[in-house]
Design a protein around this ligand. Structure first.
Ligand SMILES: Cc1cc2nc3c(=O)[nH]c(=O)nc-3n(C[C@H](O)[C@H](O)[C@H](O)COP(=O)(O)O)c2cc1C
Length: 166
């Protein structure tokens, strides 16, 4: 039987976390939140600024231990929010640090309307690390700071994506 690991990073409104948890519930396996050793500031604007600086230099923060061995899984679903048109730095660390030879990677991302090149970037990096990439998907949320958690992609589209992974 195929074993699936879901990993994600989430900061702003729990958007990426909610999708990761939903897909994990549907497909089973294990779920892990990617955490940098040094957490981001609680202050949103400070994190936005720090995030820009990190993304601009392709910074790969040190990951806290995952508590699982990536080698044990056949398929890894990887979720990231958009940070300055790129995947979040800690997700760049995860994809860069591991060998995915023979594995399937399913990248997904959340954004607030400016998705940048994340799907392409994650796909290229995962393939360079030996993975076959399937079912990559983008989910759009509100750019209104009062409703960052409002999904603008339809629930039906989310359900269909989840069903494609069962
Ligand atoms: C540092 C930072 C940079 C961001 N840059 C972008 C961006 O370039 N494009 C975009 O659409 N949204 C951007 N956002 C918004 C988030 O990607 C969006 O709200 C996402 O759904 C948040 O997911 P989360 O709640 O799982 O953290 C940014 C947010 C932060 C904190």
């Amino acid at each position: 039987m195929m074993k699936t690991l879901t990993v994600y990073f989430s900061y702003t409104a729990g958007n990426t976390k909610r999708i990761a948890e939903k897909v994990h519930k549907a497909v089973g396996g294990d779920i892990v939140r990617l955490e940098p050793v040094t957490p981001y500031p609680a202050d949103y604007d400070a994190t936005v600024k720090q995030g820009q600086e990190e993304v601009n230099r392709d910074y790969k923060p040190e990951l806290k231990p995952l508590g699982v061995d990536v080698a044990d899984y056949d398929r890894i679903i990887v979720g990231t929010p958009t940070w300055w048109y790129k995947m979040a730095p800690i997700v760049l660390s995860f994809l860069s640090n591991n060998d995915f030879t023979g594995k399937v990677i399913v990248p997904f991302m959340t954004n607030a309307g400016w998705p940048g090149s994340i799907i392409e970037d994650m796909t290229k990096l995962a393939e360079r690390k030996g993975a076959t990439v399937q079912h990559a998907h983008a989910f759009r949320f509100s750019s209104n700071e009062k409703h960052f958690d409002r999904m603008e992609t339809s629930e039906k589209e989310l359900e269909q994506w989840i069903n494609s992974l069962k």
